[in-house]
Write a protein that binds this ligand. Sequence first.
Ligand code: FMN
Ligand code: SF4
Length: 416
Amino acid sequence: MSTQVRFLTKNFGAYDTNSIGAYMNIGGFKALRKAVTMDPEDICTMLSDAKIRGRGGAEYPLGRKWSQARAVKGENKVIICNADEGETTTFKDRELIKNDPFNLIEAMIIAGFVCGATDGYIYMRAEYACYRPILLNAIRQAKNYGFLGENILGKGFDFNIHLYSGGGAYVCGEGTALIRSIEGKAGRPRMKPPFIKVSGVFARPTCLNNVESLSLVPHLLLDQDTYMNCGMGESIGTKLVSVAGNVNNPGVFEIPFGTTIRDIIYNLAGGIQHDREIQLIQFGGASGKVSDASILDTPYTYDDLRAAGVMVGSGGLLVIDKRTSVLDFLRMNQEFFSEESCGQCTPCREGNLHIKIILDKLAKGEATEQDIKTMSTIAKVMSMSSLCGLGETAQNTLQSAMKKFPEVFAIGGTKA
Ligand SMILES: Cc1cc2nc3c(=O)[nH]c(=O)nc-3n(C[C@H](O)[C@H](O)[C@H](O)COP(=O)(O)O)c2cc1C
Ligand code: SF4
């Protein structure tokens, strides 16, 4: 039987989120006070020792990212908090924003101190407009208390935070698209290099972090032991997972890495509605990979999931029961990408459309073996030649389904 842990979520419900005083009463801003007495490089080392990988989906090591951001030469560096949370079935970041906004603000100031930045931008998805007052109030109060502005804590560093609303498109969560959106341009990705760590928002060196990645930092600064004692193997600590689909108790759970998928689905998320059988589980949202129920006893760690053919990614888990066919699920997923492709580059724009056409043909029983081969080729070409991560990962679900459920693609065979 699994238990949830309260490391990252320990402030949830513990203070009035409208009040900086209430936050300080439970230890708020102690981590910042500690951070400014430390060598910033030691903070990067602490993050690397904890093996924190970015929680936004790409799993890039946080300590390395901050160390690289520090090393970039340039004035007026920027920290961006990616709160676009556009990945389907992923709704953990909003819990952190809603339940512990001051911790996020504190984390951004620490990031600013470590990376040598002067400005922080929170880019929050448009649909989270109801949380804007919470963050605006937290920013205002932090400024009034001298945690934002000039000469913070008398340490001679200046930092301000600005809140932006997302452009309402999935692709705006991609770093370069997000930056263009902040700059007032259409939120479309651009070629790299230059990498955003060198030339990001308004051509300033920029360090982009997910809400959950940032939110971990103040907690870790104050209590490394608890974090380091959680987890399994190379996956140290805890993770927020958001479970959606045909489960009895969908929601966000903080688990120690190493919890089995079975524990997550059957204990935390309450099992499958009406005790139906699992058809498939999608890990990490629409750009994630799928498995069948054979994955249930796999521990939720980066390495174990990868060995089982899926990924942690954004931390979303979509559980689909036997009422939905694999093919219908794939068509729905593909519809999403056909809609969300920004249309800028050919492999993604045309590839997503053609795969949708072939999946529809397959559903009508009209697809040929050549269609299946063509679909597989398009999926490979897209992952190799698309301009941004959307096109590169759009076919993860399809490609993993082709391996896990080959019968779905067998012409003349039985469909699951
Ligand atoms: C199409 C697309 C959408 C993305 N959406 C998000 C998002 O909503 N939130 C997020 O944190 N990262 C998103 N990412 C990943 C970001 O580009 C980036 O890797 C991440 O914000 C870095 O933060 P991290 O290292 O803390 O994970 C997206 C990437 C792509 C390609
Ligand atoms: S891969 Fe897709 S979303 Fe990304 S730039 Fe190309 S068309 Fe746009």
